[in-house]
Design a protein around this ligand. Structure first.
Ligand code: IDP
Ligand code: MG
Length: 149
């Protein structure tokens, strides 16, 4: 089953938006399989954002993500990667549609509140990078039959 890694970035945590953002994911019907508050190390940040190494904003991006605690969430389910990207909104909050997380809570690309995996392959790799297998739970939810046909 497809997996996606969500990171509530330092600005989301510092601004007290953890609850409001998690509520949006939860009310959409997404099922969490892991969740924790953590401090991202520079090494973890560099491997997570490895595709952006060499870009002008890379240094600022690593500083941002390591500046303060984050909340990481692993989500599993059918089509979760694209579903979550749609709920998160465009990378630059200025262009993100109202109703999306970035479109409702953010203004600038360098403070865009939330990360979400961009493909099923990166979802799998990112969940493994941030969670030990023993911290991931596959569980039956009593509402599953009312969310999935
Ligand atoms: P995504 O988070 O929507 O997948 P990516 O292009 O993968 O967007 O970029 C990763 C993160 O790097 C963004 O979420 C944002 O925090 C930061 N970022 C991307 N482009 C810029 C930029 O041009 N200036 C500053 N930060 C950027
Ligand atoms: Mg990305």
């Amino acid at each position: 089953m497809e997996k996606s890694l969500i990171i509530l970035k330092p600005d989301a945590v510092q601004r007290g938006l953890i609850g409001q953002i998690i509520t949006r994911l939860e009310q959409r019907g997404l099922k969490f399989m892991g969740m924790k508050l953590m401090q991202v190390s520079p090494e973890l940040a560099q491997s997570h954002y490895g595709e952006h190494e060499g870009k002008p904003f890379f240094g600022a991006l690593v500083s941002y993500i390591t500046s303060s605690p984050v909340v990481v969430i692993a989500i599993q389910g059918k089509n979760v990667v694209q579903t979550i990207r749609n709920t998160v909104g465009a990378t630059n909050p200025m262009n993100a549609a109202p109703g999306t997380i970035r479109g409702d809570f953010g203004l600038e690309i360098g403070r865009n509140l939330i990360h979400a995996s961009d493909s099923p392959e990166s979802g799998e790799a990112e969940v493994s990078r941030f969670f030990d297998a023993s911290d991931l739970i596959t569980w039956e939810r009593n509402t599953d039959a009312w969310i999935h046909e």
